[in-house]
Each structure stands twice: as C-alpha cells, then as structure tokens.
Design a protein around this ligand. Structure first.
Ligand code: SF4
Ligand code: NI
Ligand code: NI
Length: 734
C-alpha cells in the first residue's frame, strides 16, 4: 500500500518538477525553438505513439505535459483519461510522459550530453548514448521482431559492487537479451560498474548505456514503441494496440537495483502499462494491487544470483540457451565485441601470419563426430603478444550433404567464432584473422574451443544436412601452408563454377543478409557476374543456401524489369533492397562504382576507389597494409564505408569479381584499373590478361601500376602514360 502510494506521489512530484523545467526553458528560449531526440521520424516517441502528438518545438511540449497532469488521480475522470487503466497506472503514465519531456529539455540545454550513436565515448568521458536514432532502431529493433533478441532487461540503479553487476548483466547477455541501463543508486550506475569490471558497453554488446537518471528509462519504452510502429504496423495514437503489442510481443522487464523511492516507483508503475514487471533486489511491499495482469507486477527481495532467472520466469519468456562446453560465454550478444590493442593476448592471420579456413565434405566412415584435434602449438604455448599461423579445417559428413554446401558452412565460421566472448574474427577464406583477448585466456580458452563451437553449432543450425563434424586446427607453418595451398585450389574451383554464367542467363538473383548484424543497411545482392563482396558467396552458393534454409539469409530476388542495362539496375532488386534495408537504401547499381554503387560491409575482400587524375580506378585487398594512391589504406577505406553505406566513388567487391564480365562495366569495366597491390595483381595475373584480351587489350596486367611504381596519383600517372594505359583515352570518368 505504502509503495502504491509512492507511485502516485512520484507522479505528482515528477510532473510538477518538469512543469517547472519547461517554464524555465520557455523563459530562456523562444517558444518556437526546435526540440527532439535527433535523427528520428518519431518525435518524442512515447508521447507520439500513445497520443499522436508531434512535439517539434518547446511550445509543443505544453500539451502533453497538461495531458500528463490530467492523468494524475484524483482527476482521473477527465476527458483525457485512458479509460481502462487504474489510477496507479495513470500516475505511472503521467510520470513517463513527464520524463520524456524532461529528457527533451535536457537535450536542448546540453546538446552534447549524449553521444546519440551506437557507442559511448568512454575516453572522452561520455558514457551515455541517449535515445537511439532511427538507424539504430532499424538495425536493432528488427531483432526483437524476428526473435534474434528475445527481449530486453531494463536495469535501473546499480548493484552493490562491480562483480555483481557483471554477473547479472552477463547472464542476460548469454540469453541474448538487450540490457537497457538507466538511473543511478546513490550516484553509482550499473554501467560504470560494467566498465570497472572491464566489460564492453554499447549497442554492439547489447549493454546499452541510456543515461544516468531514471528519466532515461523512458528511452527503453520509446524504443519498444518505435519498434511497434516501424515493424508491427501500430498507428501513432492507437494507445490500446500499442500497449497490447508490447505486452504480447516485446518481452521486457525492469530490474530495480537499489532502494525504490517515489521517482523509481512511478517509472515502475508506468512500465506496467506496457506489461513490463519490476523485480527489485530490495524490500518493497507492493507498488500495485495485484489482479490487473496475469502475472506479478512487482517482486521484491530477489537475490542477485537469481534475478536473471526469476525475471525471465515472471515475464514468461522461453529462452533456449544451448550449453556449449567452452570456458567462455557464447552467443550473439558477444558478436559485436572488439578485441582492442590493450586487451589483446595473441592473434592469428590479419596480415601477420597466414590464417586459412576450409570446410570439406567427408565420407561417413572417414571422420569421427565431435573429434577436435589441435596439431601444433596451442594458446598455452604462446606468450602475450605472440602470433601463430592457423588453419581451421572442418570435415563434414551427412547423408544429405553435398560439396555445394561446403562454402555455406565455411562462411558460418565468421559469426560463430565471433559469438565466443573475448574472441574476434574478421575476414574469411585465406585472409581470416582471429584475435584472442587476455580475458578469454584467463578463463581458459584454447584453440580446441573453436572446434567445440563449430561442431555444436553446425549440428544445431544445420540438422538436416549434418551428421558428423570433425575439426582440425593446425598451427605449424608447414601444415598451414599445405592447407592454404589446397584451400586456394578449392576456392578457385568454387569461384569458377559461375564463370560461364552471365547475369542475362538467370531471372533470379539472391540476397545475402548474413552481415547485417554489423552493417545495418547492408544487403548484398549476388548475381552470377557479381560474387558477394566477401568472396565467400557466389550465386551458386546462395542458391544452395536457400535450398538448405528457405527462410534463411539468402533469399531469391526476381530481377524484374531492367531499368538500366548499362549500370545494372533492376526493378525487382530495388524493391527487395528497399524492404531488406528497412528503407535505408532505395536503389543501387550492380555495374557501377560511380553512380549509386552497391552497399559495402566490413567483410569485403577488396575496396575500389576512383583516381580522377588518372581517369581510372584502383583497388586494394585486405592483405595489403601499405598506402594507396587514393590517399587511404585498406583499413581506412573499410572504416569509412564498411558500415553498410552506398558511397559513390567507392565500392567493396571480391577479388574474383575484378575479372568477372560485369565488373564496373557501367563505368568502363576492367580497363579502368590503373593500380593494384603487386601481390593481388600477381595472384590474378592470368585472369586479368584473359579478361583484358576479351576487352581488346593484350597483357593487360603489365599496364596496371602497383606500389613499386608509386603510391600517389602523381607518381603513377607518367608511368601509365608511358605504357599507354587504355583508361587515359577513355571518356571522362566523372
Ligand atoms: Fe553475405 Fe555479403 Fe556478408 Fe558475403 S559479405 S556473407 S555475400 S552479406
Ligand atoms: Ni561479416
Ligand atoms: Ni560483412
């Protein structure tokens, strides 16, 4: 009863407080001053979604605040009363509206308070990200809808110590939930405790630092409502549907860590409107009368080591966590984690050593299921800072297994290794890169665990086709070299399976959205003459992948009407990418890097860039670490455009694509190529010459400059002129 009263009291307190703040703001700013959460089409999302009011200026905040005042009991019979909610829920709702207005005023007063990005800027002391913008919403919100994130835990306050905070939050990460953090308890926040415990925070690790005050909890509710509008088709102002949608579809709850005072009580009461219960670690009698919902609204005195399990139970969430027998935590929440310089124990590949992956089909009798061999040194034989070569060799047997499935399984290695906490994986094939953190080594991680993960997940995710999996990890230079030579021959055979096909031959292309977790708006479309930019997926692979998993990441895309044959624009593809990128990208061209090129993600094997003074282009592969005539190294280029953007003048592509028939054909094709790293040029020499000859130029590889000629446009231009490079006499590139 007491706390129930506290929630109503809290409602009055918060609404009055914010009325004062708004009044002061109206004195210091013009009433027409713009307010908002930045880069969103949903205004102040809780207010907009529930009432339809669009708050764009300071003046606009008056109405919803009056509305909130009207919701406070005993005025509950007023015209604006949400009829089916009890007075406590109304008080809670009033508090939530006021909190949202309070945050809008804060952002007006301190525009730099939040980073407004996916990541905090810990170095600059800015650890709060604030409300998610629409890009983040598109990328993350969809995970709540498609089930890759079962829900979120809103944590308010702080645990008694950093270790306890870490334990609770890691429990949620392992269950793939997002953790939305707000409020402080006596000045301490769970987020600061995470940092103290060495955890990585930000949307990437699903630990979201919304803000240090209880009002920032409103960002969690706003996020849920925007997801309902964006993906659930709920109309703004339809509060009944909105709240029902959340109750039935968004599995969220609140953990209150610390004493629940009036300001937390009103937020907890507010959250119950959404169907989100509160579980607290302290002794609170009761916030709300029971009987309104089918489950408990408030559970007090939950021990810290039970709070995760209990919360999931109370909210009625069913989560299957497959236990994989490795010493580190495992799951998609750890995919986006980085292993940075200071955390690094050791690494394989990444240009320092050779790191190669190969999946091959085996006979049933040939392999032993679950066997993992490490041949050569393991982590225990490494000193901090050392590198090792690595060969990951996976053999799969299955009655339904076909050699066509090999590249598909091989491509899973990327995200599966990334799922291991403290391990990072970049790239694929013979340009892989594995970084191992000190924290993982302290927990006892060894290379064998990579095999354990691959065995378990291949069985789990590909039941239909996989009967046996055996993994061998080579770390002797000799073995790795042997595996690499063999793998390269395999890659070549796979690549060449599409060599005789053209884009005109087929009516259907395939999408690939395997990389969307890193690059939100990124959708590869793979055609026979445009292999996926990672080099690991060509048209045949996508087709096979769709056969194995018809609802998976590779969907058939009807080409439809040809809108531009030269640039490679297709009506069916445009329609598809509009949907698949959630509206972020309308169109792109298959055969141009100058005009609306395809989107690029961080996995690309190569990045091409225009070189205007040479009237041509260059490309650089991941394994070349030096400077290039574009003025940027590969890593810089990847950083600029690897997030899923379409960046005119640049495009990510596979090595193989360079010599495919349609390579930037809309911009003049392969004959535009004026510079490549020597290593890449030699690797492709025969194919470059063959394709060059088809285009009318003999020994084309000899006309392409490399780093031995120069690394600036000025250095290479005279050389190109001397050689008579065909790009120089082509029509102007721009
Ligand atoms: Fe698929 Fe493109 Fe990622 Fe390759 S880079 S796995 S084709 S989304
Ligand atoms: Ni990727
Ligand atoms: Ni990618």
């Amino acid at each position: 009863r007491l706390v129930a009263f506290a929630a109503i009291q809290g409602g009055y307190k918060v609404v009055s407080q914010v009325e004062g703040e708004l009044e002061r703001a109206l004195k210091s700013y013009d009433a027409s001053t713009k307010i908002g959460f930045g880069n969103t089409a949903y205004y102040l999302p809780v207010i907009y979604s529930l009432t339809g009011m669009k708050c764009e200026t300071l003046e606009d905040l008056k109405k919803p605040l009056e509305f909130a005042r009207g919701l406070l009991p005993p005025h509950l019979k007023g015209a604006n009363h949400l009829p089916y909610l009890g007075p406590l829920l109304d008080a809670g709702m009033a508090g939530i509206f006021a909190y949202e207005i309070k945050e809008a005023i804060r952002i007006l007063n301190q525009p730099d308070y939040y980073t407004f990005t996916e990541d905090p800027d810990v170095d600059a002391g800015k650890i709060w990200v604030g409300p998610a913008d629409d890009t983040i919403l598109r990328k993350r919100g969809v995970e709540f809808v498609d089930g890759s994130a079962p829900g979120f835990a809103a944590i308010v306050g702080a645990a008694p110590d950093a270790e306890t905070a870490k334990m609770i939050i890691e429990d949620y990460q392992k269950k793939s939930l997002y953790i939305f953090c707000a409020a402080n308890h006596n000045g301490k926040t769970a987020i600061e405790q995470c940092l103290e415990a060495g955890m990585q925070i930000g949307w990437n690790t699903r630990i979201v630092p919304f803000g240090p005050d209880i009002s920032a909890a409103v960002f969690a509710l706003g996020f849920a409502n925007r997801a309902a509008m964006a993906f659930g088709g709920v109309q703004p102002g339809d509060y009944r549907k909105m709240l029902m949608y959340n109750k039935n579809r968004i599995f969220a709850f609140v953990n209150a860590l610390g004493d629940v005072g009036t300001e937390w009580a009103v937020a907890a009461a507010g959250a119950v409107n959404w169907g989100f219960p509160t579980l607290a670690d302290t002794d609170i009698p009761e916030i709300l009368p029971t009987g309104i919902c089918t489950y408990e609204h408030v559970v007090a005195n939950v021990p810290h080591n039970e709070i995760c399990q209990k919360s999931v139970e109370v909210r009625g969430l069913k989560i299957n966590v497959t236990e994989i027998d490795i010493p580190c935590a495992f799951g998609p929440a750890f995919e986006g984690e980085r292993v940075r310089g200071g955390d690094l124990f050791g690494q394989m590949g990444g240009g320092k050593t050779q790191c190669t992956e190969l999946v091959k089909m085996a006979e049933m009798s040939e392999i032993e299921d679950g066997k993992v061999n490490v041949v050569g040194k393991d982590i225990g034989d490494m000193k901090e800072g050392e590198t090792l070569p690595l060969g990951i060799y996976v053999q799969i047997a299955g009655r339904e297994f076909q050699p066509d499935f090999e590249p598909i399984m091989e491509r899973q290695i990327h995200h599966l290794i990334n799922y291991i906490q403290g391990i990072m994986h970049i790239g694929q094939r013979d340009i892989s890169w594995v970084r191992i953190s000190k924290a993982a080594v302290e927990k006892g991680f060894t290379l064998k665990d990579i095999g354990v993960v691959l065995h378990a997940k291949f069985h789990q995710d590909f039941q239909k086709i996989v009967d046996k999996v055996q993994v061998t990890l080579f770390t002797n230079q000799d073995d790795v070299d042997k595996l690499t030579a063999r793998a390269r021959a395999e890659y070549k055979t796979r690549d060449e399976r599409v060599d005789t096909m053209t884009d005109e031959d087929v009516e259907t292309f395939y999408s690939c959205s395997l990389c969307q977790s890193f690059a939100p708006s990124h959708v590869c479309t793979v055609s026979p003459e445009r292999t996926g930019l990672c080099g690991a997926y060509n048209w045949m692979d996508c087709k096979a992948s769709f056969e194995i998993n018809p609802t998976g990441p590779n969907q058939p895309v009807k080409k439809g009407k040809v809108l531009d044959a030269k640039l490679g624009r297709f009506e069916g593809v445009d329609e598809f990418i509009k949907g698949a990128s959630k509206g972020a990208i309308d169109t792109y061209n298959f055969y141009s890097m100058v005009q609306a090129p395809m989107t690029t993600c961080g996995c690309c094997e190569c990045i091409a860039a225009m070189l205007p003074s040479c009237n041509g282009i260059m490309t650089v592969g991941r394994d070349y670490a030096g400077e290039t005539p574009s003025g940027m190294k590969f890593t810089t280029l990847a950083g600029v455009m690897g997030g899923g953007a379409s960046s005119p003048g640049f495009v990510g592509h596979s090595k193989f694509n360079i010599t495919q028939g349609k390579f930037i054909l809309g911009d003049g094709g392969l004959l535009r190529m004026v510079w490549m790293p020597k290593m890449l040029k030699e690797e492709l020499r025969d194919r470059l010459n063959k394709r060059g000859e088809e285009m009318g130029v003999k020994n084309f590889a000899d006309l392409i400059a490399d780093e031995t000629v120069g690394i600036t446009e000025e250095e290479i231009l005279p050389w190109l002129q001397e050689k008579g490079h065909p790009a120089l006499s082509m029509e102007a590139l721009i």
